[in-house]
Write a protein that binds this ligand. Sequence first.
Ligand SMILES: C[S@@+](CC[C@H](N)C(=O)[O-])C[C@H]1O[C@@H](n2cnc3c(N)ncnc32)[C@H](O)[C@@H]1O
Length: 168
Amino acid sequence: MNYQTAQGWLRTEEREFLFAMAKKATTILNIGVEYGASIVCLAEGNPNAQIAAIDVNLSSNLTAYPNVAYLEHDSTTLDYTNSTYDLIFIDGDHSYVGVYKDIEAVTPALAIGGMIIFHDCGDFADPTILEHRVCPGVNQAVSDLLGENSSYIELDRVGTMRIFIRQE
Ligand SMILES: C[S@@+](CC[C@H](N)C(=O)[O-])C[C@H]1O[C@@H](n2cnc3c(N)ncnc32)[C@H](O)[C@@H]1O
């Protein structure tokens, strides 16, 4: 499997970013698997990282990697209290409430200095992103919970992704 061509909803620059960021991580959480493109990017980016891959409805023909643990579960109701991740990628429920719940559930498990990435945040100034599911609820929930949150610094945007670092 090749991370640049694996079936999925990721743009070229998003794939390259996930591939590169995985190299800096040892524990990774990916919410939203579908065809598995983001998993391929992360697993090929760092075959040594431990990757948890969560989807409420897992496909039966996903690529198996020794360092990826697939789990079929609602991400908003999982118990993350015994886990710590230094990279979290959120691409699951795209509703406002779903993203809000994901942020509430997973951010306590993000390491200080760790990175959290949200896909499909949308940039209404760029009409090409309409092809990639502009989801206003995603962007709004991210802004409401992390936009003015002093514990997080917004690092960058890559394609439809918003990227934050936990500071404290
Ligand atoms: C846009 S797709 C993920 C695409 C994938 N990251 C990729 O790179 O191609 C969204 C996925 O989120 C899953 N999903 C939706 N709500 C969820 C929830 N509450 N918990 C876990 N997965 C959820 C859906 O089943 C779907 O497979």
